[in-house]
Design a binder for this molecule. Structure first.
Ligand code: NAD
Ligand code: 89Y
Length: 343
């Protein structure tokens, strides 16, 4: 198979995972990197042996010589860089949160569609081994038709030391972490008709909300609760596990802390260890996220080879991003939001 050549823009905290994963992915490798911070460019360039280094994305695209771009910058630059990729007709991966606003996100999808290039949002949580296990159990009809769900991420892990910008934004947990949980809810129970949300800030040292409780009405009639918190001090810290409860017409699924999957139906209860693999470059507790980074990047290459749409294409991610905007809107106005009307 021909090896696809990639360029990565943004050599910060999380991009190191993406670089490691690209080393493992079959059928692609990174040939050039770009960061406007010379220090980060040097650290990542030296660590991964990349000689082609750029301080400016325009210069990177002008030189070319790559088949796709992996945008791993923070949200402020996403629209600018995705539209640059579209102008240069280079297929693009863009980190979450996809955009600052839903209208930006729609414009980015439109730009790539008009340019005829694939666009995938790096929405990796649905690719985690335990989340895939829940989806597989549902698809195997283990609990019949699900009518209720809970998708829960409650932690007090210090995310601010690695990502200090998370403490500084007007918006925090829904935009940063809840976006993944909402995407998982969609992935498991389907698209959402309407949403009601409440938020709180508990940690006085940050600007945005660190607790959110969101009620979702799914299009198939199921109801779910997405609850996320970075203010929850537990005896055993669960970061970065998403815990899931699903009730169906024929049984129940419980994904509990410690990557334990329990399926109960007429045949009884089966308990399975659905722990993620600890990849050679990964470290606990991040290994769950790190394995999903590898999985989504392999999916990027596999779908390009097949000429098929990506699971988290830009168009798909509009439906997740709309839930983020709807949640902030609902919490601000104290009202239920019609999600369908936003798309
Ligand atoms: P970071 O600030 O550590 O790194 C971003 C890098 O991008 C910086 O080095 C910065 O200099 C560079 N940059 C910004 N704008 C640029 C531009 N226009 N041109 C070139 N370089 C530019 O941020 P981070 O913590 O690595 O987060 C990056 C993104 O990854 C965020 O959107 C974050 O939400 C996301 N993230 C995703 C996951 C996940 O599991 N999917 C986990 C953590 C972070
Ligand atoms: O930025 C966030 C993400 O996407 O996953 C976990 C995280 O690093 C902190 O909330």
């Amino acid at each position: 198979m021909t090896e696809l050549k990639g360029a990565l823009i943004g050599c910060g905290f999380f991009a190191v995972n993406q670089m490691h994963a690209w080393n493992d992915v079959r059928g692609a490798g990174i040939v050039a990197i770009c960061d406007r911070d010379p220090e980060r460019l040097k650290v990542v360039g030296d660590q991964f042996g990349i000689d082609r280094r750029y301080g400016d994305a325009e210069a990177l695209f002008a030189d070319g010589g790559f088949d796709f771009v992996d945008i791993a910058t923070t949200v402020q630059s996403h629209r600018f860089l995705v539209e640059m990729a579209a102008r240069n007709k280079v297929p693009a991966i863009c980190q979450k949160p996809f955009a600052k606003t839903l209208s930006d996100a729609k414009a980015m999808v439109e730009a790539c569609r008009n340019a005829g290039i694939p666009l995938m949002v790096h929405e990796n949580f649905r690719w985690q081994t335990p989340i895939q296990a829940v989806r597989n159990a549902l698809e195997a009809d283990a609990i019949g038709t699900p009518f209720w769900g809970r998708f829960s991420f409650r932690s007090a892990y210090d995310v601010f030391s690695g990502q200090p910008y998370l403490a500084e934004g007007e918006r925090f947990i829904i935009e940063d972490l809840g976006i993944h949980t909402l995407d998982i809810a969609r992935y498991i129970l389907g698209d959402v008709r309407s949403l009601t949300a409440r938020t709180k800030r508990v940690n006085p040292a940050i600007k945005g909300e660190d607790v959110a409780t969101i009620l979702l009405d799914h299009e198939n009639g199921a109801t779910s609760v997405v609850d996320v918190s970075y203010a929850t001090k537990l005896s055993r810290e669960p970061f970065p596990e998403t815990l899931i409860e699903l009730d169906g017409s024929e049984g129940t699924i419980r994904l509990t802390q410690g990557y334990c999957l329990q399926v109960t139906n007429a045949k009884g209860t089966t308990t399975t260890d659905v722990s993620p693999r600890l990849l050679s470059w990964a470290s606990r507790p991040w290994h769950n996220i790190q394995e999903s980074v590898y999985a989504i990047q392999q999916h990027w290459v596999d779908q390009l080879e097949r000429g098929a749409e990506h699971s988290t294409s830009g168009a798909d991610n509009l439906k997740t991003f709309a839930l983020v905007e709807a949640a902030y809107d609902s919490a601000a106005r104290g009202q239920t939001i019609d999600v369908g009307a936003m798309l």
